[in-house]
Every structure is written in C-alpha cells, then in structure tokens.
Design a protein around this ligand. Structure first.
Ligand code: CMX
Length: 441
C-alpha cells in the first residue's frame, strides 16, 4: 500500500462507527421537512446528502475539508518554485482531510505517473467523432471509453465482491481517472485547436505543470492550471455534476460510468458551461455595443437589460446556494490583480466593470435570489489572457478539476457503504390533494 492508501484506510476505519451509529441509532431523528415549493422546485435545499469532503455556506462559500480557499492554498505544500500547491497534494488533502508532508506529496506525484498513460483506443474513439463535436461530449465519451479498464467493475464481476473492501477498487479507479483525465483533455485540445499536434507527457512534471506542457502553454500557465483545477474541484454534493456522479455510482456503476454522467451534467449552461457562456456574452457585447468606442458602465447596463428582457440569464451570476460573491470568483480575481499584464488586460477590466454593474441590475430585475458573480464569471478571462481562446474548451478545464471532488466523494461513498439513491416521486393529483388539506394528514 502507498502512504495515501494507508492513511485513507486508517481514516475510513475510524469513521465507519460514526456512520453506522447514525444509520442504526438515529435513523428516526427529523432534520428537515419538504414543502411543495421544494418538490416542484428542484429539491432546493433539502438536506438529504452526506459528504465530508467539502461544505458550502451561503454566506462564506466553500470550505474544503474545513478550510477556506485561502487557508487551503496556504496550508498545502507548494509545487517547486511556485506559490501554488500541486494538484496531487490537494488530492491527498481531499481524500484524507490531512495536510500531506512533502514526502507524501512526492509519492502521490510518482503514483500518478504510473497511472496516467491512456490506452490508445481511447484516442481512436475520440478521433472518430466529427471534429466539431463539443469538447465536453468528447471528454465524456473518452472517460466512458476507459470503462473497460475499471478495476471496480472487474472486482464486482470476480465473484469475490465484498462490500467492506469495495472502496479499495473505487479508490484505484478514482486515482487512475484523476491521473488520466488531464491527458485526455490535452489530447482533445490539441486535436480540435492545434491541428492534432499532440505533445507527449513529460514524466518529470506534476499534474498541473504537465497539463500546461501538453497543451503547449507557457511556464506561468502551470500555476493557472494548478489553481484552476483545485478551485473547481468540489462544491459540496448537491450540484448537478457531483450529485449525478454520486447517484450513478450509488447503483454500483463504476467510477468511469459515474463520472462520464457527471460530466454530461457539467456540460449544461446553468452549470459548468456558464464559463463559456460568459466569454461568449462578453464578446458579443463588445461586437454589438462597443463598435469603435470604449466599454462604459452605461453600455454594460443596457446590454444586461437587453439580455434579461429577452428572457435569458446573465451567465456567471447567481447561484443555487451562495448568497454573496463566490470566493472562487474572488480567488481568481486576486490572481488577476497580482499578475502583471493581466491586471491591465482590457478583458479583465471589462469583466471587473460588469462586476460593478451586474449585481445592481440583477437586484433591480428582482428575480434571482443571488445577484453576485459565481466561479464562471472570472475563469474565462484568465484562460483568454494566456491564449486559451477557444471558450468551448473552458468547461473541459472545469471537468478536469471537478473529477477530484467527485472521485474523492465516491471513494468515501463506497467506504461508508452509502445507500442506493432512490427518492420518491408523487403525482400532481397527490400534491393537489395535500395542498387542499394543508399537508399530509
Ligand atoms: N440572470 C437572470 N436571471 C437569473 C439569474 C441570472 N444570472 N440567476 C437566477 N435568475 C432567475 C432564475 O432564472 C429564476 O427565474 P424565474 O423565477 O423567472 O424562473 C429566478 O431568478 C430565481 O432563481 P434563483 O433561485 O436565484 O436561482 P436557481 O437556484 O434557480 O438557479 C443558477 C441558480 C446558477 C442556475 C442561476 O442563478 C443561473 O441561471 N445563473 C446563470 C448561469 C450560471 O452562471 N450558472 C453557473 C453556476 C455555477 C456553476 O454551477 O458552475
């Protein structure tokens, strides 16, 4: 066993009695009620998922394993010569809740090297798709194509399946998947936008640095990749990508099936695709409203109202849980402000101007519960600045990061034996009856 798997095993043994006690002794304790609004409104806020990987407070934002974003970045060992941690050190932290030593990080980096090689048939499958397929479809198909390698599925089919040990095979698949997904993403990038000029893995580099290398990026982009993948990793369990992954895996579908489905959810414009929509909106704004003139707050206000009046949402604004500016937005904004060149970049200035105007417009519009920007409002600017200008690729970057949270979560799902997910549906007749009676009698 590796140090990480040993530590994880120790943590799982320590945690299991807590889960067992809650399930056996306290199953009847009521923690929530459900009203017709929640039943009709996307199950919003119903407390029926459990995760210890991250938690999301509407005011404070995300905490990974109890730490805020600045605390997480400060606590983890940094990549050599960098102000940012490696993705591998964050993976250790997400799985175990402990800050790794440098030696423990080095072991994960070395482990991922042994796992990151992608079988050539996966690239062949992606190559057969029409070149104008969306890169998220390519990524989801690429992950699904890896399914034949699933160690969990092989273990299930071996006839020796044992619930207590099953997490170990999920951990193996999860570790393979997080090591391989950046390689598949880089392949898609090169296939679609660099005339299929592929760049081989550099075995000396950590995950973020190697991704930068594989898409032909600059030295500085290595930190962008590390920061980006960590920030997008997890946002508790109720969001569409995390929830879908958890749901599909609850049927004991292996991690490849589960995450391919999760990626399909991430590809929705109300979820991860919003980062491409933000760039698309901003470019269209410049084209339509700023012909030969500098953007102004007045022009932005007009464009925002035109969008709202045509029945569309302002991409990158609003959130189902958050009720303040997303700390992931602020973290990326701080990166821009401290990066010479980027802080004076016209697109960054424009996005900052939208930040000054949009919350007021959305408040006046009066529909959204949260007029503040989310993670997607800022992320495309950084990619654009570094030359990653194909904005349909931005959700793929989100998907590489989100794999970390989803895979950590389902490893723990299996370790703690979380149940098959099966909510109950009702009919409109039933709801109307309960409405007339003032609730279920
Ligand atoms: N622009 C305009 N209207 C918005 C809005 C926005 N950015 N955000 C919410 N609203 C509207 C909703 O469409 C809804 O309208 P109706 O009452 O007419 O149906 C109303 O405000 C209430 O919505 P809400 O309770 O505030 O938000 P939801 O939980 O339903 O939805 C979200 C959350 C993120 C889907 C929504 O804010 C949105 O569509 N934002 C724009 C897309 C976006 O940025 N998505 C990325 C989110 C982060 C991520 O997952 O990556």
């Amino acid at each position: 066993m590796t140090q990480l798997k040993d530590k994880l095993s120790e943590k799982i043994q320590a945690h299991r009695p807590r889960t067992a006690r809650l399930t056996k002794e306290f199953a009847d304790i009521v923690i929530d009620k459900v009203d017709i609004g929640q039943c009709m409104g996307g199950a919003r806020d119903i407390k029926c998922l459990v995760t210890d990987i991250s938690s999301l407070d509407p005011q404070e934002g995300i905490r990974f394993r109890g730490k805020t974003i600045p605390e997480t970045f400060a606590a983890l060992p940094k990549a050599a010569g960098s102000a940012y941690p490696t993705v591998e050190s964050f993976w250790y932290f997400l799985l175990t809740g402990e800050v790794p030593t440098q030696a423990q990080v080095d072991e994960v980096v070395a482990q991922w090297k042994t796992r990151q090689s992608v079988p050539p048939y996966v690239f062949d499958v992606i190559r057969t798709l029409p070149r104008d397929s969306h890169p998220m479809a390519m990524l989801s198909i690429g992950i699904l194509a890896l399914q034949r390698d699933s160690k969990f599925a092989a273990y299930y089919n071996s006839g020796k399946f044992n619930k207590t040990n099953a997490w170990e095979q999920v951990y193996e698949d999860a570790s393979d998947l997080v090591a391989r997904i950046p390689v598949i993403a880089a392949f898609i990038y090169n296939l679609k936008y660099r005339d299929d000029k592929q760049i081989a893995i550099d075995p000396k580099l950590d995950m973020g640095a190697n991704f930068a290398h594989m898409i032909g990026q600059s030295e500085e982009y290595k930190d962008v990749a590390r920061m980006y993948f960590i920030l997008h990793s997890d946002h508790e369990s109720g969001n569409v990508s995390a929830h879908t992954t958890h749901l599909v895996h609850s049927a004991l579908s292996d991690p490849y099936y589960a995450y391919s489905a999760g990626l399909s959810g991430l590809a929705g414009p109300l979820h991860g695709l919003a980062n491409q929509e933000v760039l698309s909106w901003t470019m269209k704004f410049q084209e339509k409203y700023c012909k030969g003139v500098e953007p102004t707050k007045e022009l932005i206000t007009k464009a925002l109202w035109d969008t709202l009046n045509s029945g569309q949402v302002i991409p990158g604004y609003g959130h189902a849980v958050l009720r303040k500016t997303d700390p992931r937005y602020m973290s990326q904004r701080e990166f821009c402000l401290k990066t010479p060149g980027l802080k004076d970049d016209p697109l960054f200035k424009l996005v900052s101007m939208i930040f000054e105007v949009a919350p007021g417009v959305l408040s006046e519009h009066g529909h959204t519960k949260n007029p503040w920007p989310n993670v997607d409002a800022q992320s495309g600017v950084i990619q654009w600045y570094y030359g990653v200008k194909h904005w349909d690729f931005y959700t793929v970057l989100f998907g590489v990061g989100r794999a970390l949270g989803c895979m950590a979560n389902i490893t723990w799902d299996r370790a703690l034996g979380y149940a098959l997910e099966r909510p109950k549906s009702v009919t409109t007749d039933m709801l109307e009856k309960w409405a007339a009676e003032g609730g279920i009698k």
